[in-house]
Write a new protein. Structure first.
Length: 249
């Protein structure tokens, strides 16, 4: 090996390492990896969150069933809805869980709805399916989950109110339309409306109550472009109440 070749060979590793080191912008890591791993493991143990309402369900089942009981089944929009505040004196039961998709709600249907023997079920589901929270889905997959929920409820003598998905917006700092395209929301809502009409189900048009002339969730009625705030729920409450009353007539 010549002196020049040896010099090149010695310099090559340094150049290579220099390229690897610049730029160095690794993602921020969790300071407590053991805790993060345990949280993930715990979540996988109860992926459908059957334990979330287990104790509350047992308490309700130990009491005489209220003939006017209504269960609200859904995702975070239902989860954060303070039903006693918006429906004072009503025996309405909240069984919403943030982030859930229709397939997870279907698994929860028996313990969180059917076993409580409600007169009616109010179902708001699908926005997290569109967002792919549990993986990509077709419209048919979402529709079949909803059909299964409806048919099981009907088989137990429970009236069903389907709710149209609420619109999203890009008015807040967090832009929502990229994860939940308005066109996809409209497609699922069209199917929900048609399915409710064919099956003579109750229908609560939450979308119409919250949408503006641009197809977005009205400005000022959500703090993040996805979840209604108190003003938003004030618009939804009478829509839900009217649909429940009509379904129970």
């Amino acid at each position: 090996m010549t002196r020049q070749s040896l010099l090149v060979a010695l310099l090559l590793p340094a150049a290579a390492f220099s390229q690897l080191a610049e730029p160095y912008n690794p993602p921020r890591s969790n300071c407590c990896l053991a805790g993060a791993a345990q949280t993930l493991a715990d979540g996988l143990q109860d992926w459908n969150q059957l334990g979330r309402y287990h104790a509350d369900n047992e308490t309700l089942q130990a009491q005489p069933a209220d003939p006017h009981r209504v269960v609200f089944l859904g995702d975070s929009i239902t989860d954060i809805w303070k039903l006693p505040q918006f429906f004072p004196g009503k025996p309405y039961v909240n069984r919403g869980i943030s982030g859930q998709t229709t397939s997870q709600m279907l698994v929860r249907l028996y313990p969180d709805v059917l076993d409580l023997k409600p007169a009616a079920l109010v179902l708001l589901a699908g926005t997290n399916d569109i967002a792919r929270n549990t993986g990509p889905e077709t419209l048919t997959m979402i529709a079949e989950d909803i059909q299964a929920i409806v048919e099981l409820a009907q088989a137990h003598g429970i009236k069903v109110v389907l709710c149209s998905l609420t619109p999203v917006s890009d008015y807040t700092r967090r832009k929502q339309t990229g994860q939940r395209p308005p066109a996809d929301i409209l497609k699922l809502n069209a199917w929900l409306r048609e399915y409710a009409a064919k099956g003579k189900l109750g229908f609560a048009d939450y979308y119409a109550a919250l949408v503006d002339d641009k197809g977005m969730l009205k400005e000022g009625f959500s703090d993040d472009g996805l979840h209604p705030n108190a003003k938003g729920f004030e618009l939804l409450a009478p829509v839900a109440e009217a649909a429940i009353e009509k379904a129970l007539r």
